[in-house]
Design a protein around this ligand. Structure first.
Ligand SMILES: CC(C)(COP(=O)(O)OP(=O)(O)OC[C@H]1O[C@@H](n2cnc3c(N)ncnc32)[C@H](O)[C@@H]1OP(=O)(O)O)[C@@H](O)C(=O)NCCC(=O)NCCS
Length: 164
């Protein structure tokens, strides 16, 4: 599969992917909100000639373990006609490597354990955190040994706080 991954933010493509996938602009607006607030840690676009998928990460503050670098994976979308071809997996695996290489210790995601479990995300690690999204769909992945010590209350980026 010849997909290309690119960190530069292509806003028209990003809006097109999220609106094709979710039938609304809310998710792309969240990414733009994160960007405007300086909370967008990583944006990765997948191209198969045309833009086909996108994942965003935003900052997460861990109040009890503030020396840990943590991020939230959301949103994620692969355009409907390109789903189930491994593009989502490429986006996640590649972005997690980029975060690990830049010193991130922990990633949090809210989603289907059946999907995110294959990348190592676990609800058990997330259970030690106190978040607005506590429950079986909240999963965490430690990118370093330090990440395994994460616990206590967290603050999401403002773009999410305004959705609560
Ligand atoms: C979820 C999504 C990003 C996965 O991307 P993808 O490129 O289709 O995924 P991959 O090809 O890497 O993996 C395919 C696997 O994901 C599973 N999958 C796809 N969407 C899923 C979902 N919403 N929940 C659970 N599993 C899902 C497929 O069943 C398949 O599983 P299998 O390997 O056991 O057969 C994509 O399907 C998508 O954008 N879906 C709609 C939006 C969404 O739900 N986004 C995630 C939350 S913000």
């Amino acid at each position: 599969m010849g997909i290309r991954l690119d960190e530069s933010v292509n806003w028209p493509a990003l809006y097109a992917i999220y609106s094709a996938t979710f039938g609304q602009l809310a998710e792309a607006d969240i990414v733009q909100h994160m960007h405007e607030d300086g909370d967008l840690i990583l944006s990765l676009m997948a191209y198969d000639d045309v833009p086909v998928g996108h994942v965003a990460y935003s900052r997460l503050t861990l109040h009890e373990t503030p020396s840990l670098k943590a991020a939230v994976l959301a949103p994620l979308a692969v355009a409907p006609s390109f789903q189930k071809q491994g593009i989502g997996a490429s986006l996640i695996q590649d972005s997690l490597k980029r975060l690990a290489n830049t010193g991130y210790d922990l990633v949090l995601v809210l989603g289907e354990p059946h999907y995110y479990g294959r990348f190592g995300f676990s609800p058990r690690l997330a259970e030690k955190l106190k978040t607005p999204y506590d429950g079986p769909y909240l999963q965490a992945l430690a990118l370093s040994d330090k990440g395994k010590d994460a616990h206590g209350s967290v603050s999401y980026a403002q773009a999410f706080v305004e959705l609560e």
